[in-house]
Write a protein that binds this ligand. Structure first.
Ligand SMILES: Nc1ncnc2c1ncn2[C@@H]1O[C@H](COP(=O)(O)OP(=O)(O)O)[C@@H](O)[C@H]1O
Ligand SMILES: [Mg+2]
Length: 390
């Protein structure tokens, strides 16, 4: 009888309740994650919310999502309570049955009273661990739902598979031939692009916003795979180059530099974790940001603040540039390095770049003609077609 009780309470009831709880566990986790990211997004964008006087709408949406989350939480708790109640009911039932059977056995003199009492009390006491098993589905469904989300994320396939054990090179020259590329099922962004660059050159690429300049740089780094044509470094096709080696040779400074909520020094070290203080300072001097950092209360140890809000766009950009110099790659790709900055910062950045001319190879992308003053040669992109202009 006790065995029957254990099987029902420890296996049958949990199996049934876990099936019933699964859906609510998954729903709860989904709403929970959705609410979290919406709320975090609202905090990150709080400045723009205030500027657009959209607090009311945003708050309304936060409340709406919070209500949905509450509803899902209640649903889940309700399910867990129901499962718990079913378990308790079964326990009571089995205890009652064993007591009745015990009394009957004593009544018909098939068992003496002492043995019956010991038996019944033992059965009473033995349900503890089984109850613990029975309580598992309530917690486990949520754990499994969370696990599912993580596993789904892990099984996402990247757009490009990194090349492992590929060829290695030390940057000498770059040659691009008949390169064409389109993002999935949209119009071609680049058409038969040809360009070349060699060590020590500053190449400018200029073109209207949206013409494919950033896409071109991403192809050079193999963030996307080209559709047609060739991208050769020292004559080796980019698809055959070891991905780590490619990133050692080529660095990109993007339009906005992301700074982590750490000290400036730690932010720079991302590029080279074991860099010495001298190396860090040299890179910052090259990027014309050393003097600025030294003017801060704690110098290189100054905390950047969440999302780098305490620094101007130009200062952040110069730190991004210092990162690139610190990394030590020969070829540096600069995507609109001066588009977010005022003319003083633009001047400083361009001056730093011009000074590094003999030491580094640079591909400089901008929609502004003024930025092109330091370039040795300039290509212009127009509706996906690239032509040399100087
Ligand atoms: N990940 C993407 N998926 C689809 N289309 C994209 C993606 N990134 C950029 N595009 C589109 O490709 C075109 C070129 O973009 P981009 O290279 O960023 O231009 P630029 O840097 O010259 O301003 C634009 O029309 C843009 O909308
Ligand atoms: Mg761009």
């Amino acid at each position: 009888m006790a065995l029957a009780g254990f099987i029902v309470i420890g296996i049958v009831v949990p199996l049934i309740s876990s099936r019933a709880l699964k859906e609510s566990g998954v729903n709860y986790r989904r709403e929970f994650a959705g609410f979290n990211s919406y709320f975090l997004d609202s905090i990150k964008g709080i400045k723009d919310i205030v500027l657009n006087n959209a607090e009311k709408d945003r708050e309304g949406e936060v409340n709406r999502r919070s209500d949905i989350l509450l509803k899902e939480t209640k649903k889940m708790k309700h399910g867990i309570t129901k499962a718990g109640a079913a378990t308790e009911l079964c326990v009571t039932l089995f205890i009652a049955i064993s007591l009745i059977v015990g009394i009957l056995l004593v009544h018909f003199e098939m068992l003496d009273l002492g043995a019956m009492l010991i038996g019944v009390v033992t059965i009473f006491g033995s349900f503890g661990p089984v109850l613990a098993v029975s309580a598992l589905p309530g917690n486990l469904t949520q754990t499994f739902a969370s696990g599912d989300r993580v596993l789904n994320l892990l099984s996402e396939t990247p757009a490009v598979t990194p090349v492992e054990n590929g060829k290695t090179f030390d940057y000498e020259n770059l040659s691009v031939k008949d390169l064409s590329f389109a993002y999935e099922s949209s119009a071609p962004v680049l058409k038969d692009v040809c360009m070349n660059a060699k060590k020590g050159e500053i190449i400018g690429i200029v073109g209207e916003s949206g013409c494919g300049k950033s896409t071109f740089l991403k192809l050079l780094l193999r963030f996307w795979e080209k559709d047609r044509g060739e991208i050769n470094y020292n004559g080796i096709d980019v698809d055959n180059i070891d991905s780590d080696n490619l990133l050692d040779n080529v660095t990109m400074v993007s339009q906005t530099t992301y700074l982590f909520d750490e000290s400036i020094e730690e932010n720079l070290r991302i590029a080279k974790p074991n860099a010495t203080q001298e190396e860090i300072e040299r890179a910052c001097k090259m990027a014309s940001v050393h003097d600025f950092i030294m003017s801060l209360p704690e110098g290189y140890k100054t905390q950047v603040g969440a999302m780098g809000d305490n620094l101007s766009a130009g200062e952040k950009q110069r730190i991004g540039l210092a990162r690139a110099f610190l990394k030590g790659s020969e070829l540096i790709l600069l995507d609109e390095p001066t588009s977010n900055v005022d003319s003083i910062n633009e001047g400083m950045i361009l001056k730093s770049l011009a000074e590094q001319k003999s030491k580094k190879s640079i591909i400089l992308v901008s929609h502004r003609e003024s930025t092109m003053a330091i370039a040795d040669r300039i290509y212009r992109v127009d509706r996906g077609v690239m032509q040399e202009v100087k």
